[in-house]
Design a protein around this ligand. Structure first.
Ligand code: MG
Length: 245
């Protein structure tokens, strides 16, 4: 029985050039916050991101850990900056889509997962605000309603590649990791730590095949076949169970 299916976003469901996206994102954010030196801004943001990733205090959300560091170097008053950030994610962030979009089989893969009638989780690295993740989800042609849980920096206390991130998801859903599948395109961030936390793993590689450490792997269309076969055995088991009653 499968209790939950977790999907990474970037490179798994969303076809996006991350390096190019991050450059444009940080440049627009620095302009929006009236920060004079964009290069310095990017360096500082990465330092704050590093502080969030390295945070070991489980009482702090990722957002808390990020902002603690962020407000050490941002000079404007806190409430002014927070307002600008909210405004940025509402009005500026959507313009960063460029040619980011779904892979040809993104929707089919999510539909196949939905047939298993278990919660779906958008297990994207929770280093961004929920508002940003929701926009990027629409770029992949998906909706927030497709997922029982979207991991974001407001609701999580760990980041990838910490296995604790995956354990926190299982805990939130009250499921056994052994009965859940993590689908992702990154060995170090998705496959290894999820496996360490006890999850089944499916390595998606839309660009090239090759070495991987997941139990299963393939392109998104192979994932559809894999999920359909699990669904078929689930339906057959249900059939046997009801015959025995
Ligand atoms: Mg990815």
């Amino acid at each position: 029985m499968i209790e939950a299916i977790l999907f990474d976003l970037d490179g798994t469901l969303l076809d996006v050039d991350m390096d190019d996206f991050l450059d444009r994102y940080l440049l627009k954010l620095s302009t929006h916050l009236n920060y004079a030196d964009p290069e310095r801004f990017a360096k500082n943001i990465w330092a704050s991101t590093g502080a969030m990733v390295k945070n070991t205090d489980p009482a702090l959300t990722n957002e808390d850990a990020f902002l603690q560091h962020f407000f050490k170097w941002i000079e404007q008053p806190q409430n002014e900056v927070m307002q600008l950030i909210t405004d940025f994610y509402q009005h500026v962030f959507p313009s960063l889509q460029a040619d980011a979009g779904p892979f040809p089989h993104t929707q089919t893969a999510v539909n196949a997962a939905r047939k298993l009638q278990c919660p779906l989780v958008l297990a994207t690295n929770p280093i961004f605000p929920l508002a940003a993740i929701k926009h990027r989800l629409t770029w992949a042609g998906l909706a927030a309603e497709d997922f029982a849980l979207i991991t974001a920096y407001e609701n999580m206390h760990f980041t990838k590649p910490n296995p604790q991130y995956y354990r926190e998801i299982a805990c939130k859903l009250n499921v056994n990791p052994h009965n859940c599948i993590m689908v992702g395109n990154d060995i170090m961030f998705d496959i290894q730590p999820a496996k360490e936390a006890g999850f089944k793993t499916y390595f998606v590689d839309e660009t090239a095949g090759g070495f991987n450490q997941a139990e299963s792997s393939g392109r998104l269309q192979d994932l559809v076949i894999y999920l359909d076969s699990i669904n078929l055995s689930r339906v057959e088991e249900d059939g046997h169970a009801s015959q025995q009653k």
